[in-house]
Design a binder for this molecule. Structure first.
Ligand SMILES: [Zn+2]
Length: 68
């Protein structure tokens, strides 16, 4: 996800806005993937590299498989 704000590349990740390229902060988020619940569209951040896991939505408790 990338939004352009006043010519500066900005990233909006789960409530945190990163303006510009703060590498350390970005790297911190690179280890995660965002998944969207197929039922209620609640977004969840899941660490990468866990293989296929069964995700339980924190919004509606729907279970769905994700590949991390
Ligand atoms: Zn849900």
């Amino acid at each position: 996800m990338q939004y352009k704000m006043q010519g500066v590349p900005s990233f909006y990740i789960e409530g945190d806005i990163i303006v510009g390229f703060d590498k350390n902060k970005l790297m911190q988020y690179m280890d995660f993937k965002l998944f969207t619940c197929p039922k209620c569209q609640t977004k969840s951040r899941v660490p990468k590299g866990k293989g296929t896991i069964l995700m339980t939505c924190k919004g509606c408790e729907t279970k769905y498989k994700i590949k991390t």
